[in-house]
Design a protein around this ligand. Structure first.
Ligand SMILES: *[C@@H]1O[C@H](CO)[C@@H](O)[C@H](O)[C@H]1NC(C)=O
Ligand SMILES: *[C@@H]1O[C@H](CO)[C@@H](O)[C@H](O)[C@H]1NC(C)=O
Ligand SMILES: *[C@@H]1O[C@H](CO)[C@@H](O)[C@H](O)[C@H]1NC(C)=O
Ligand SMILES: *[C@@H]1O[C@H](CO)[C@@H](O)[C@H](O)[C@H]1NC(C)=O
Ligand SMILES: *[C@@H]1O[C@H](CO)[C@@H](O)[C@H](O)[C@H]1NC(C)=O
Ligand SMILES: *[C@@H]1O[C@H](CO)[C@@H](O)[C@H](O)[C@H]1NC(C)=O
Ligand SMILES: *[C@@H]1O[C@H](CO)[C@@H](O)[C@H](O)[C@H]1NC(C)=O
Ligand SMILES: CC(=O)N[C@H]1CO[C@H](CO)[C@@H](O)[C@@H]1O
Length: 432
């Protein structure tokens, strides 16, 4: 026993000693040396970036290769094509180290930038030099810059795209930010704690507006409907109220519309039928009312339709083939709305009641809805259900059959012992 354990321990120690000796020395000789040797020799001379800008990047803890211009290092930096020294055109700072401190001096050296992006780069914002503010065309901050203000952003006069998400902006209204941005095409200010009203003046060249997840109040101004280039409009999750302007259909380029989770009211304006390319319409969780207009089922491009949790009433105008064509269709949570069961079969789970012959929901809606769905479940899983039932019956039978023999054996044993006793008794009786 002891001899064998000591020998196994010995072998174990031998392995421990040999293993690192065999593996550890190998990597330094092969990989490390080449990693250390190659890049400096090949790229120390090829740093074509302006040395001042290189120093600024190092100051900002930007993870530079020796020449940020040479390698389009996963789109984190791009440079111009100047011959002597090149200059930065775009910069993307992601996952910045916690000791990053923006400085106005370092940013002054980076005034050639036209695009500046911060992603998951938490740092307090600093004053941007005027040369950089004027030069920027694209500015993005996602979960990054702290203590943003409307006044700070308003200095980016020449922006075409502004994208802020997840970073609170201190401003008394959006117009403070956008009033001087004459070239703006796309603006996203999402989840930025913005309050106040929607602006009255809009740049006619706007194609994207996303002010979702703020605390904006008041109604949607008619001036917005003059934006005939607008493709994407997202005001979801705000406190907007009032009715949609009758002229809403003037937004003829609109493809994606989300007004969900506000307090908007009134009917869906008929003019929306004039928007030919609408793909995505989300009006969910508002107080829209009236009858759902039939023209929606004629919208050829529509893929996403959400009308849930509103106050629509009457007969829903959609048939099964229209609903099947959509990727997403939501209509539940409209208590006075019902569907015509002669044009929609019970299989479609809509979350609204079928209509009676007067076009009113059959009451009570939840019970009337649950019945078809449970019927559907049974119908859909019919084969399986029956199979399962058969299995259960078989199993029960087996249990009975298994119990049967044991009882028989017991009975036979009792019977046999009784017979044996009887024989012994008779033999004894005979002898006596
Ligand atoms: C930052 O790092 C985290 C974890 O390392 C990663 O999940 C995230 O995608 C990174 N963010 C960016 C913008 O690269
Ligand atoms: C940028 O904006 C400034 C101030 O609004 C203006 O003077 C300048 O001409 C603009 N630059 C370009 C290239 O548009
Ligand atoms: C809108 O865009 C057109 C062409 O893209 C341009 O000529 C015009 O100046 C722009 N208007 C504004 C107000 O920026
Ligand atoms: C609107 O914004 C919300 C939240 O930011 C987002 O989930 C939704 O996809 C956006 N909808 C459209 C149509 O852009
Ligand atoms: C527009 O809506 C479609 C369909 O729901 C969706 O696939 C697409 O991502 C949306 N685009 C934008 C920019 O929100
Ligand atoms: C369903 O509605 C669409 C649009 O209103 C219509 O074109 C189509 O003929 C209808 N289909 C059936 C089966 O009624
Ligand atoms: C339901 O549809 C049938 C046939 O399409 C029609 O005759 C009937 O009037 C409709 N019922 C209601 C309440 O709209
Ligand atoms: C080939 C080449 O350009 N070599 C240069 C590398 O950089 C050093 C100093 O930075 C110069 O002295 C070499 O001439």
């Amino acid at each position: 026993m002891r001899a064998s354990t000591t020998t196994t321990f010995f072998f174990f120690f031998l392995l421990l000693l040999l293993y690192p000796a065999a593996t550890v020395p190998a990597p330094p000789s092969s990989t490390k040396d080449t990693v250390l040797a190659q890049p400096p020799s090949s790229s120390s001379n090829s740093s074509t970036l302006d040395p001042e800008q290189l120093r600024a990047l190092q100051f900002l803890h930007f993870p530079t290769t020796p020449d940020p211009c040479a390698k389009p290092s996963h789109d984190t930096a791009t440079c111009d094509t100047a011959t002597t020294f090149r200059h930065l055109l775009s910069l993307r700072l992601t996952n910045c180290s916690s000791n990053l401190r923006l400085s106005t001096a370092a940013l002054s050296s980076l005034s050639t930038l036209t695009s500046l992006t911060f992603l998951d780069c938490h740092t307090p914002v600093v004053h941007f030099p005027t040369s950089l503010s004027n030069n920027l065309r694209y500015f993005t901050s996602v979960n990054s810059l702290q203590r943003l203000t409307g006044v700070f952003l308003s200095r980016f006069h020449n922006l075409t795209e502004l994208y802020i998400s997840g970073d609170p902006i201190k401003a008394s209204g959006i117009h403070i930010i956008t009033a001087n941005m004459k070239s703006l095409n796309k603006i996203t200010l999402s989840n930025t704690h913005l309050t106040g009203y929607l602006p009255k003046d809009w740049n006619p060249n706007l194609t994207h507006i996303d002010f979702s997840q703020n605390k904006l109040k008041g109604n949607i101004p008619t001036s917005l409907t003059h934006l005939e280039n607008l493709k994407v409009l997202n005001f979801s999750s705000n406190n907007l109220n009032g009715i949609l302007p009758d002229s809403f259909g003037n937004l003829v380029s609109l493809k994606n519309l989300s007004l969900s989770s506000n307090s908007l009211t009134g009917p869906i304006p008929g003019s929306i039928s004039a928007i030919p390319g609408l793909v995505h319409m989300d009006l969910g969780s508002n107080q829209f009312n009236g009858v759902i207009p039939e023209f929606i089922s004629e919208m050829k491009e529509l893929k996403y339709l959400n009308l849930e949790n509103n106050h629509f009433h009457g007969v829903m105008p959609f048939n099964a083939s229209f609903i099947k064509r959509l990727d997403v269709f939501k209509i539940n949570g409209n208590d006075d709305l019902c569907y015509n069961h002669s044009s929609i079969s019970m299989e479609v789970k809509l979350g609204i009641a079928p209509c009676d012959k007067h076009g009113m929901p059959v009451l009570p809606p939840p019970a009337a809805n649950e019945r078809p769905s449970s019927v559907d479940d049974v119908g859909g899983g019919g084969g399986d259900g029956e199979g399962g039932g058969d299995d259960n019956v078989e199993k029960k039978n087996q249990v009975h059959v298994n119990r049967g023999p044991s009882k028989v054996v017991l009975g036979v044993a009792i019977g046999l012992s009784a017979v044996v006793f009887l024989i012994i008794f008779l033999v004894l009786l005979f002898k006596c």
